[in-house]
Design a protein around this ligand. Structure first.
Ligand code: SAH
Length: 359
């Protein structure tokens, strides 16, 4: 049992079972022992690898996508580039380098990074110290004023936001909670009282016995907030993550350590915890926020459409030794058996804006 696990067990002994959302928030962000608060989890030697860590082409193409969206909206003055959960800062470094192709975008730019982890924030500071554009940090998207057009990028951010799970039992839906026994071992248990019938979405009524559905209230609220800002001031958001676009009945909460699945309740604070992103729910939330939604499209299709092959040809022309590596990177990012299909992208743009490239 980890130090944080023992503390969570004491909390449960004192106040009763906690929701999975509360458990995820403690496990990921507890300031003393939380997973992100205490480490940089990325890379071969860490727990997982993300697309910008696979290839510079990922950040470059996404950076150009944002600059193109700015261009297509008539080049609004003083654009702001906002990244949610920037990890090591690799995506932003590559995106900013690519925006040198659009100097009038880059010259007026301010970069805002939304990051809770002090460890990753230091990594981002080091990565971006010579990027040539002003960069500042905030702890939540809500702390960024909507006074400039906001161009938002989020890769593998929404999967880290806390979810709740509901389980069908008989005629009712019961929330799955986290509880602890006398020896501080954590386990799942259903809440004793079902959800009120009116709280169950109509799309969930036909679920089989034992069916599970997940709700990410934080993700939906954030998508709505981003859409409101974009509707009011212009801008665009590109949300890339693994997830599904047809709500089903399955549980996707998972723990990862050293590139392998781990026990969700074992050693909180030591494993990454994520859930697949419900793109339908995010899209609906963004529409409620007053913006247009495009997609989701599959990551592989998006990158091919944005020109990952021409980009790799250009890089290989300068560096012929790199050709095989670049080809392997494209396979990893775009092949359906790897990241090409499970990962999807959703775009949020003002209602008046043209459909962005790749959608
Ligand atoms: N986008 C990066 C990193 C993904 S890991 C990449 O693609 O490599 C998730 C990132 O989100 C980390 O930087 C983590 O610290 C940050 N994060 C997770 N939950 C957060 C929250 N609620 N608020 C702010 N940042 C968060």
């Amino acid at each position: 049992m980890s130090a944080l696990g023992a503390r969570i067990a004491r909390l449960i002994a004192a106040q009763g079972p906690i929701s999975i959302a509360e458990y995820m928030t403690l496990a990921l962000h507890d300031p003393r022992d939380g997973y992100y608060a205490t480490r940089d989890p990325l890379g071969e030697g860490g727990d997982f690898i993300t697309a910008p860590e696979v290839s510079q082409m990922f950040g470059e193409l996404l950076g150009l996508w944002l600059a193109q969206a700015w261009h297509d909206q008539g080049k609004p003055a003083r654009p702001r580039l906002i990244e949610l959960g920037p990890g090591r800062g690799t995506l932003m470094r590559d995106a900013l380098r690519a925006t040198k192709l659009m100097p009038d975008f880059r010259e007026q730019l301010e970069v805002v990074l939304v990051e809770l982890s002090p460890v990753l924030r230091r990594a981002q500071e080091a990565m971006l110290q010579d990027c040539g554009v002003p960069v500042r940090w905030v702890e939540s998207f809500g702390a960024v004023a909507a006074d400039r057009p906001g161009f938002v990028i989020a890769n593998e951010f929404f999967d880290a936001l806390p979810i709740r799970q509901y389980v069908r039992q008989g005629r009712g839906w019961f929330e799955r909670m986290v509880t602890a026994d006398a020896r501080s071992a954590l386990s799942f248990a259903l809440a004793p009282v079902p959800l009120p019938a009116m709280a169950v979405p109509a799309s969930r009524e036909d679920a089989p016995e034992g069916g599970v559905y997940e709700v990410c209230a934080a993700g939906e609220a954030l998508a709505e907030q981003i859409a409101q800002a974009i509707a009011a001031r212009g801008g665009a958001a590109l949300i890339v993550d693994y997830g599904y676009d047809a709500p089903g009945f399955g549980e996707t909460l998972q723990a990862m350590r050293r590139h392998a699945f781990a026990d969700v309740l074992g050693e909180p604070g030591e494993n990454d915890l994520t859930a697949h992103v419900d793109f339908t729910a995010l899209g609906d939330a963004a529409v409620r926020g007053g913006a247009s939604v495009c997609g989701p499209v599959e990551q592989g299709d998006l990158l091919l459409d944005l020109g990952i092959y021409p980009r790799s040809d250009a890089l290989a022309a300068r560096n012929p030794d790199m050709r095989d590596t670049l080809t392997a990177q494209i396979v990893r990012l775009c092949n359906p058996a790897q990241m090409g299909t499970l990962f999807k992208a959703l775009a949020i743009v003002p209602k008046t804006a043209p459909t962005p490239p790749g959608f």
